[in-house]
Design a protein around this ligand. Structure first.
Ligand code: AHR
Length: 503
């Protein structure tokens, strides 16, 4: 007998407005993300500034609202001043984070141009590793001050008459990690972030600051790092960052596909930490969450990275690889988790956009191809905008090494009152059986199905490749059975779905 599941959804049970910035991404100066990714002046499709037009097109298709830049670990050794002014006078610097040579052909002004072309906001990060408050406040002045001061006039001289008005700024990157250039204790970092943030906000009071939280959940200082840095820097903090990458290496499929449970625990732990510190410091504002690095370390990139020597005999090493269908399923689930925490998660940056743990890859001088994870990201970004509604899942469960009673169903729902649309994202993480699923609605008089997109492959290891870029792609599915406030369809084993209704 076929297994059955139910998903309940009530129009009154709102979680919060989905902040479109949860569909953000990241670009770091590393591997071929910038050079050979967004920027390839010799490419036949390069525009007058050397940017690949096909990349710009995909960023627009994905409707990515914001991108974090320029790192990442790279950030903690970066002198932003090296990347402005005449390109032929810029120094080549050693990037000690990735053991690479940074040519500084793309810097702040070039990146801002690219951001305008792609219609993306910039989430700018300042170096609190080798640099500090002075370089940070100067960068805010360079980018956001109208004119008439040293740094703002330099920006004008470099060709940008109008200030960029960058709103979101990250105070460093993963400062808790021993791998980070000039890594710090929470007390050291908290004080530095506070003092830097104060100066940055004095230059421009409209900016919002993201404090560095823990860089993963397995690091020994998690989550006390977050509590300590918040205590130090609560005054200037608008968001705290979270990072997490999932991997099937050393794991198994059942655990891997349930990875967003760990992500949700992390989100809930950090919400509790923020609120604990809010009470402790008698704060009157609420700190929100910026999950500004999330993604999957796929098998190939993990294996390639493991071969790196991390010395100058192996400089500019590349780890590029491909995502399989299982990775796409978890990507879809993680996006659902962000929607389901819309009240507190305001920013999330999939890491990274192109050529490294990426949504799509570029062949040097050649074409672009979309990874499997591209599709759940695309549909969720385009249609997952509005107000998040709570969904209750009732169906089969399984237990695995890391989790007990994992629901095979995962879901998220977004209502868009303006368009009178309801969009439901659903995952059947059962790898063995299809699941007939009934959606039970309350508060919707009449729902009409607009479309049902299914992403399914029998082979969880299936990948897209440059030779066969459309090997695993989503399809339209036949309409389900709709009766008043109930809709029934079959969710194939190991499948992701987007079902859209109008009302
Ligand atoms: O591979 C990307 C790196 O992962 C980022 O530079 C860093 O922030 C994270 O550890």
């Amino acid at each position: 007998m076929q297994k059955k599941g139910k998903i309940y959804l009530d129009r009154q049970y709102e979680i919060g407005e989905v902040d479109k910035r949860i569909y953000s991404s990241m670009i770091e100066h590393m591997e071929r993300v910038v050079y050979g990714g967004i920027y390839e002046p010799d490419h036949p499709l390069a525009d007058e500034d050397g940017f690949r037009r096909d990349v710009i097109e995909l960023v627009r298709e994905l409707q990515i609202p914001m991108i974090r830049y320029p790192g990442g670990n790279f950030l903690s050794g970066y002198n932003w001043e090296d990347g402005v002014g005449p390109v032929d006078k810029r120094p080549v610097r050693l990037d000690l984070a990735w053991i690479a040579e940074e040519p500084n052909l793309v810097g702040t002004d070039e990146y801002m141009k690219w951001a305008a072309k792609t219609d993306t906001e910039v989430n700018m990060a300042v170096n609190l590793g080798t640099r500090g408050a002075d370089a940070a406040r100067n960068l805010v002045e360079y980018c956001n001050y109208e004119g008439g001061s040293y740094w703002s006039d330099l920006r004008k001289k470099n060709g940008a008459e109008k200030p960029y008005g960058i709103k979101t700024w990250c105070l460093g990157n993963e400062m808790d990690g021993p791998w980070q250039i000039c890594h710090k204790t929470p007390e050291e970092y908290g004080r530095l972030a506070l003092e830097s943030g104060r100066l940055m906000k004095k230059v421009d009071k409209n900016i919002e600051l993201v404090l560095c939280g823990s860089s993963n959940t397995s690091i020994a200082t998690y989550p006390s790092w977050d509590a300590k840095v918040l205590e130090e820097a609560y005054d200037i903090t608008d968001y705290i960052s979270l990072h997490n990458y999932f991997s099937i290496v050393d794991s198994n499929m059942k655990d891997f596909l349930a990875g967003n449970i760990e992500l949700e625990r992390q989100i809930e732990t950090i919400i509790a930490t923020c609120d604990f510190v809010k009470s402790k410091v008698r704060g009157d504002k609420t700190v929100h969450l910026s999950f500004d690095e999330w993604g999957i370390w796929n098998r190939e990139e993990t294996a390639n990275r493991a071969k790196w020597k991390f010395d100058w005999s192996d400089k500019n090493a590349i780890s590029e690889g491909s995502y399989n269908f299982a990775d796409a399923l978890l990507t879809g689930a993680m996006l659902m988790s962000f929607i389901n925490h819309s009240d507190r998660v305001k920013i999330a940056c999939q890491a990274q956009l192109v050529n490294h743990l990426s949504l799509f890859n570029c062949i040097k001088g050649g074409k672009i191809w979309k990874q499997t994870i591209y599709y759940p990201f695309l549909y969720t970004s385009v249609y997952g905008r509005g107000t998040a509604l709570k969904t209750i899942m009732d169906g089969p469960v399984y237990s695995c090494e890391s989790y007990e009673r994992v629901s095979v169903l995962e879901s998220a729902a977004v209502i868009n009152e303006e368009k009178r649309n309801l969009t439901i994202f659903v995952l059947n993480r059962d790898t063995e059986e299809d699941l007939e699923t009934e959606f039970v609605f309350r508060g919707f008089e009449e729902l009409r199905e607009i479309e049902h997109i299914v992403y399914h492959d029998e082979d969880l290891e299936a990948v897209n490749t440059p030779e066969n870029p459309d090997y695993v792609i989503p399809h339209k599915k036949a309409a389900g059975r709709i009766e008043k406030e109930s809709y029934t369809t079959v969710l194939e084993k190991s499948s992701w779905h987007m079902i859209r209704f109008e009302y």
